[in-house]
Design a protein around this ligand. Structure first.
Ligand code: AHN
Ligand code: ZN
Length: 327
């Protein structure tokens, strides 16, 4: 066969294969893992680093030191960082000096995705099996540090790679000053998520409108499974589908069952209702746990690094990478 004919045939073959492949992909939508490898060791270290300050309870020195550390970390990854400060009133009248930390990847792009998590620690381990611990602070390795740790690792990976959309990482403050179980005050839900409530009513940028948001709450616990959360399904079922599919593609479908868990009062509520950004909550659900459906260490003095599992961080982190790189 003449060289020229062979070349033409090869090109025709390549074109037809290309077309065939594309058609197959469109019709069966067999997605493959995309984007960089999430490093759970790195996320684990970011979790540890926050805990090393001690419990990051509102109005404490550890809180303010950790705030500076989180800001410096996002800046070191080349993100534009904003600290949104406000004095917010707790259910008990305490004035909480709150800082929402907003870190932006490619702030110039208008097509964006929001990732968020709270970074404050609960002041009271009011769900501890030992009543003597009910007024002690929670280390919040899982309930606080884990979500920020996953976001920091995603930010680190973005800084070393490139993505065609912008990403905002919001660390909400004052989430966990909600009415304690030992208090006589009634809990109507509004005592939680104070930082997210404030941000939702005072967006850091006028007209801010990302495609969707994902809240990471307690994403590092041993034995965690992330059932679909009720409010997320109500406000952003397409985002739930997207994320649960992504988890399956990266091989962590077993940690993301397709059944529904509970309806949770969390930071995503004001983001949906007030900021009108369709936002889901990735939060664990333990169907058989006596202590709490959020897991055995929730709001106890055992929410520490000893109960953080790198596999859980990996599952959630790689799923976030998959979601972002599929946009
Ligand atoms: C309630 O307990 C009502 N909501 C859980 C919100 C939360 C607290 N997430 C972490 N800590
Ligand atoms: Zn909590």
């Amino acid at each position: 066969m003449k060289k020229g004919v062979f070349l033409v045939l090869s090109i025709l073959l390549m074109l037809s294969c290309g077309n065939l492949r594309k058609q197959t992909a469109d019709e069966t939508a067999v997605a493959q893992p995309v984007g960089p490898a999430f490093c759970a060791d790195s996320a684990y270290q970011y979790c540890q680093a926050q805990c090393n300050f001690g419990p990051r309870v509102m109005n404490s020195v550890a809180h303010d030191q950790c705030e500076q550390w989180i800001i410096a970390k996002f800046k070191s990854f080349g993100m534009e960082v904003m600290a949104q400060k406000a004095d917010l009133k707790g259910y008990d009248g305490t004035i909480l000096h709150s800082t929402n930390i907003i870190a932006s990847y490619k702030p110039e792009l208008s097509e964006r995705v929001l990732l968020c998590a709270h970074w404050d620690s609960r002041p009271w381990a009011d769900n501890d099996p030992d009543e003597a611990n009910h007024k002690k602070p929670v280390m919040a390795a899982n309930d606080g540090a884990s979500g920020v740790a996953v976001m920091l690792e995603v930010a680190r990976l973005l800084s070393a790679d490139t993505l065609g959309i912008g990403v905002d990482f919001i660390c909400f403050d004052a989430e966990d000053w909600g009415v304690p179980q030992w208090s006589d005050a009634t809990d109507d839900g509004n005592s939680w998520a104070l930082g997210a409530q404030y941000w939702s009513a005072n967006l850091h940028r006028k007209g801010y409108k990302p495609r969707f948001g994902i809240l990471l709450d307690m994403v590092g616990g041993q034995g965690a499974q992330f059932y679909k959360e009720g409010m997320s399904l109500q406000y952003a079922s397409n985002v739930v589908d997207k994320v649960w599919r992504a988890a399956q593609v990266v091989g962590f479908g077993s940690l993301f069952p397709t059944q529904t868990g509970g309806y949770i009062t969390d930071d995503h509520i004001p983001v949906n209702t007030k900021a009108k950004i369709p936002t889901i909550d990735i939060i664990p659900y333990y169907p058989n746990c006596e202590q709490s459906s959020f897991g055995p260490t929730w709001h106890t003095v055992n929410d520490d690094m000893a109960h953080i599992d790198k596999n859980t961080l990996q599952a959630v982190g790689q799923t976030m990478i998959q979601v972002l790189y599929s946009e």
